[in-house]
Ligand binder design. Sequence first.
Ligand code: GTP
Ligand code: MG
Length: 194
Amino acid sequence: MKIKSVELVKTIYSKKERYPEPLNGEFVFVGRSNVGKSTLLNTLTERNIAKTSKKPGKTASVNFYKINDLLYFVDLPGYGFAKVSEKERLRWKQIIEFYFESRFWNIKMIFLLVDGRHELQKNDEMMIDWLKEMDLPFSIVLTKIDKLKMSEKSKMIRYYRNLFGENYIVIPYSAVTKEGVSEILKLVEDLGGA
Ligand code: GTP
Ligand code: MG
């Protein structure tokens, strides 16, 4: 899939705001704070459009990026970040839940990002249970894979593929080497049209 145009069309901070028209579906990036969701969006689009940071807690809203006037990439706030206030954490949780409850019918694929250096965390498990309960389609993206040595990398890929079995796609990815990028774009193309 060739990405010709990218436009941030809607940023949602609260339950009161309206979502954009559905177009041909949406692809969502979810995961813990700092795992690399906004960076993945930038890598896929080859643009520096989503704000990223070394520090967790950067994305604080639901952001709809219109791709090729055809579909959306949706960048969400991360979960599991202890350093923001209780009130702010609750607001994030609510906007993430509200997003899924409002738009589940238009979601073509959720990319659940996990840090490829670590085993699955408790809050990822909770997110996965919730996605399964809602019967939403998701694939696993192992981020920051460039930070691993060859032997560790194979070990972690094996760990995640065993954990998720045949029913879920596990894609090792790196924003640095661009490994996994064409596989993710192919999935988008197959599900959303070019
Ligand atoms: P929140 O918005 O806070 O939830 O974080 P996020 O998941 O959007 O993470 P973000 O894209 O802001 O990236 C966090 C940090 O990880 C940044 O410093 C990125 O440069 C770095 N990063 C993201 N992906 C990769 C990767 O594949 N490899 C390496 N080495 N660094 C990465
Ligand atoms: Mg972000």
